[in-house]
Design a protein around this ligand. Structure first.
Ligand SMILES: Cc1ncc(COP(=O)(O)O)c(C=O)c1O
Length: 408
């Protein structure tokens, strides 16, 4: 039976993160999030006590096999992929996407078209561009240079019967707007194309639901979702079936995920991924771990995040010297990743003002290099980005604004 407890308040949430007890203000979460203590503790204990190889018939090895299996099961549940697909674990989103694109190189033919969103992080751009060598034709889903948004009409203009792949960010790590992934998937499937969504900038904020969106491939980095340095790639069963994974010849093609986990996965990272369920249960106020727990936990995150987002967006919109990147106001159509550009001052100089006060924010292109160029920015200076998650406090946002205001 599931027992439901009260949903935790911000103080209780922050207590779960040892790093937040320090003076540093963590507003660089789109770069990487903090870990709940219980995730770090489990990883520590795993390496101290159970650091053995999998697959041997002794108790410790079997235990480790179960931990790695649980990491897969939990990640699959986190994206709501049970029943429709499988997840592969890997060292990073960049590596997983590169591996995926390399596998597509075997099936892409001369004249096939690949649509790439210009708004993408380079991890979901460069690997697809390389398929030009196979004769693929690249079509760009362009960014509106004024707003930084990527309206769906831009996608419709470049889709054709020849499109095989559409590669896009679910949320740009710089713009912060949520793309209507179900609509993108519908449009791509209508012409017979597969959708490869980079979910890195979405997954720390809302519940991923690959089933509802119908997306073929969905990739996110666990170190931005309160876990260890690793990444998860969901693929639909039928999408996996079209490709041959990179693992050795004697691993059967249909042995998913093994065929795609060349050299195996980080076992200690798997332990951390599996340990996140405890934190999500705490957030959701539930004793059990199931899909309801995941969605409730992310609802709680969203509830805590929304006032932070509203304050940041209002500040950026109202300030006469700041240009807010993206057309979305505060609300469900964006996450709390807010980028601005000052009329005359460099992003670097403003970032330094905050950094000197122990506030972690960042400037630059954030690997969305092409997006910055499309926006008319110098990528080397790029934008000033503030990225909050649910454990940040309104006081931290006020502190940032107080520190920046004199410099603006
Ligand atoms: C939107 C987005 N996609 C992809 C990546 C790359 O992720 P990884 O560091 O796991 O390769 C990042 C990292 O910052 C990102 O923000």
């Amino acid at each position: 039976m599931t027992t439901t407890h009260a949903v935790p308040d911000l103080d209780a949430i922050r207590e779960r993160f040892p790093a937040l007890a320090q003076e540093t203000i963590f507003l660089e979460n789109a770069g990487g999030s903090q870990m709940p203590g219980e995730v770090a503790d489990v990883m520590h204990a795993y390496t101290r006590k159970t650091f053995v190889q999998l697959g041997a018939p002794y108790a410790l090895s079997e235990h480790c096999g179960q931990v790695v299996q649980q990491a897969h099961d939990d990640a699959r549940l986190l994206v709501n992929g049970d029943g429709c697909g499988e997840v592969v674990l890997g060292p990073s989103t960049s590596m997983l996407l590169r591996m995926l694109a390399d596998s597509y190189a075997d099936v892409i033919e001369q004249g096939d078209e690949i649509v790439i969103a210009e708004s993408g992080h380079e991890a979901n751009v460069g690997p697809w561009l390389r398929l030009e060598r196979q004769g693929a034709r690249i079509r760009w889903w362009r960014v509106d240079p004024e707003t930084g948004s990527s309206p769906l009409e831009g996608l419709h203009e470049v889709l054709s019967e020849r499109t095989k792949i559409v590669a896009l960010p679910h949320v740009s790590n710089l713009v912060g707007e949520v793309v209507d992934l179900a609509a993108v998937t519908k449009a791509a499937h209508d012409v017979g194309a597969r959708v490869v969504a980079d979910g890195v900038a979405f997954a720390p904020h809302r519940a991923v639901d690959v089933e509802a969106w119908g997306v073929d491939w969905y990739v996110y980095s666990t170190y931005k979702v309160f876990g260890p340095h690793a990444a998860v790639m969901f693929g639909r069963h039928d999408a996996f079936a079209e490709l041959v994974g990179p693992n050795h010849f004697f691993v059967p093609d249909d042995a998913v995920p093994y065929k795609w986990e060349l050299g195996g996965v980080s076992h200690e990272a798997a332990a951390g991924i599996a340990a996140l369920r405890g934190y999500l249960q705490f957030l959701a106020g539930r004793d059990t771990y199931d899909r309801d727990t995941v969605t409730r936990a992310f609802e709680v995150m969203e509830r805590h995040e929304m006032p932070l987002q509203e304050r940041l967006v209002a500040w950026a919109q109202e300030h006469p010297q700041l240009r807010l990147i993206g057309s979305a106001g505060a609300g469900r159509e964006r996450v709390a990743t807010v980028s601005v550009v000052h009329a005359t001052k460099s992003s670097q100089s403003l970032s330094l003002v905050a950094n000197r006060e122990n506030i972690g924010i960042r400037f630059g292109h954030m690997y969305a290099h092409r997006l910055c160029t499309a926006l008319g920015l110098r990528p080397v200076d790029g934008v000033l980005r503030v990225s909050a998650v649910h454990y940040n406090s309104p006081a931290e946002i006020e502190r940032l604004i107080d520190v920046l205001e004199p410099a603006l």
